[in-house]
Design a protein around this ligand. Structure first.
Ligand code: SF4
Length: 214
């Protein structure tokens, strides 16, 4: 849901678009292909996917988070030297992101999204990281557009599930396996062996959790 409010200003009508924001911060990307790069994260609120192991359950109910005007968000990004803005959630595609990405591009910023793919694609993206979830399947239109497929491994059965999506993404799509944080001690050794046997895949660790940054 995207909220538009018209505001009369000196005879002119200004459209203020607002999105529910759980948090936003400048940090290092901790996961996947762009791991280790500086990026400004905007975590939008709202998610109906319902992963049992979700580590941001507070994001699920969008009504619990303030709605922030796009121009305010973009000003915050511009206070930093960020070149990449990562839109995450929650499930960010529960909102129409056309205006947000257009505004970010106008500022010369790169737009990245982290999505389960469970809602229709909106926005204009320099990088789409698809992290499909068993709890709500991704839409085919997003699977084929993904630049990066990142599958969270919770148990052994997830490798077969990961291969199902690896067969559906575009040829240039990067493939990552990432241990679910609470299961990392058990599944990381399995992932290492799996990648050694299937070198098309790479390991994604939640680097930010190891270096204690948000
Ligand atoms: S899609 Fe992401 S935010 Fe939504 S429940 Fe799953 S892990 Fe949590």
């Amino acid at each position: 849901m995207i909220l538009n409010e018209s505001m009369k200003m000196a005879g002119a009508t200004k459209i203020r678009t607002m999105l529910p924001v759980m948090e936003h911060f400048y940090t290092l990307q901790g996961e996947g292909y762009h791991q280790g790069k500086a990026a400004y994260f905007i975590r939008l609120a709202g998610c109906d996917v319902g992963c049992v192991w979700c580590d941001v359950k507070d994001s699920w109910d969008a009504s619990k988070h303030p709605k922030v005007e796009l121009d305010v968000l973009i000003e915050k990004v511009k206070e930093t030297p960020a070149e990449i803005v990562v839109i995450t959630g929650g499930e960010p595609l529960m909102h129409n992101l056309d205006e947000l990405t257009e505004s970010l591009h106008k500022e010369g910023l790169k737009t990245h999204i982290e999505t389960s793919g469970a809602h229709p694609l909106s926005g204009s993206w320099d990088w789409i990281c698809l992290s499909p979830k068993k709890f709500k399947a991704p839409l085919p239109e997003i699977v084929t557009k993904a630049n990066e497929l990142k599958v969270v491994i919770y148990n052994k059965a997830d490798f077969e599930w990961a291969e199902k999506y690896a067969a559906l993404v575009a040829q240039h799509c990067k493939l990552f396996l990432q241990p679910e944080w609470d299961k990392a001690a058990q599944v990381t050794p399995l992932i290492i062996e799996y990648i050694k046997a299937h070198p098309g895949w790479e390991l994604s660790l939640q680097l930010h959790k190891y270096i204690n940054v948000p």
